[in-house]
Design a protein around this ligand. Structure first.
Ligand code: ATP
Length: 280
């Protein structure tokens, strides 16, 4: 396992005016340079965990560490914290603040107190990276949800965070938009950014993630490599989280055929394993 970039140590959080805590004594580590998926039912605390990680909420007890350094809640430290960590909200409307695409991306950059030349350069590069040149001067309220998601993500990535937190990034996206988003995330990951994604999409988590955290009622039930989590059929069944489709198909094959083979991660791998099996 890679050294952790972010750690929670005995973190608890209760929303004001609510009796039941949303996060309970949570201890976990996000390994650097990984793609981590956070899985769990509605209301298990995924969004709250991300908001705590970004320093938008302050934990009631416990500590959050960035590479061993504890999060301090003074304005200066928080500013520095949020330059390292970018959070894309579940609802892009909560994130977009300006009138047009270009203004929105520039807004975050202006807050970094960069020179005008640097802002202009980063804006152009971000528009290019996220294929937003043609939409640069569009009013945000003209955009589709998928386009708003792309702009919100572009605004976060323009700030060059080392850790990207995504809350349900594929919710309400069609297959094509989801594929484009995943291609963008691949590019971001290959440029060295650690990515954490809260998701309900088990198939997506199975093919995408290399580290998985399973949350239940504000607690972490398992935090391990994706292979270990998806091999823990008892846990997935106990929580009624279901099974990734590819794994379900694989597990339905006779044991003798699956012997000594790793389960496929993609449809192409399943096809190729199946061809090999059929030839034996
Ligand atoms: N603003 C709030 N005020 C009070 N309670 C809240 C608030 N936001 C969330 N909660 C509660 O905190 C718990 C965790 O919610 P959270 O949104 O983190 O879950 P989640 O796993 O992200 O859910 P979902 O999958 O539906 O997005 C839930 O019981 C929820 O009702």
């Amino acid at each position: 396992m890679n050294p952790s970039i972010l750690q929670f140590e005995n973190v608890s959080y209760t929303y004001p005016g609510v009796h039941k805590p949303a996060i309970v004594d949570l201890t976990l580590a996000i390994p650097a340079r990984t793609k981590t998926a956070i899985l769990g039912h509605n209301g298990c605390g995924k969004s709250t965990l991300l908001l705590l990680a970004d320093g938008l909420y302050r934990c009631d007890t416990g500590l959050i560490y960035w590479q061993g350094e504890p999060l301090q809640y003074q304005a200066r430290s928080l500013n520095q914290w949020r330059q390292r960590i970018g959070l894309a909200f579940q609802d892009p409307e909560q994130q977009l603040v300006a009138a047009t695409v270009a203004e929105d991306i520039s807004y975050g950059l202006c807050n970094l107190q960069l020179s005008q030349a640097e802002i202009a350069q980063r804006l152009q590069q971000t528009l290019l990276d996220f294929n937003l040149q043609e939409l640069a001067n569009q009013p945000l309220h003209y955009l589709s949800l998928g386009q708003k998601r792309r702009v919100a993500l572009a605004g976060v990535m323009a700030l060059k965070p080392e850790l990207l937190l995504l809350d349900e990034p594929t919710a309400y996206l069609d297959r094509l938009q989801t594929r484009h988003l995943m291609q963008e995330l691949d590019r971001i990951y290959h440029h060295g950014t650690t990515i954490v994604m809260a998701t309900h999409d088990l198939d997506l988590a199975y093919t995408w993630a290399d580290w998985v955290i399973v949350l239940h009622e504000g607690r972490s039930l398992m935090s391990a490599s994706a292979d270990r989590v998806f091999n823990n059929v008892a846990l997935l069944e106990q929580l009624e989280l279901g099974m990734p489709t590819l794994l379900e198909i694989w597990n339905a094959l006779p044991m003798a055929l699956r012997d000594r083979q790793n389960p496929p991660k993609t449809v192409a791998q399943l096809r190729s394993l199946w061809c090999n099996i059929s030839q034996v």
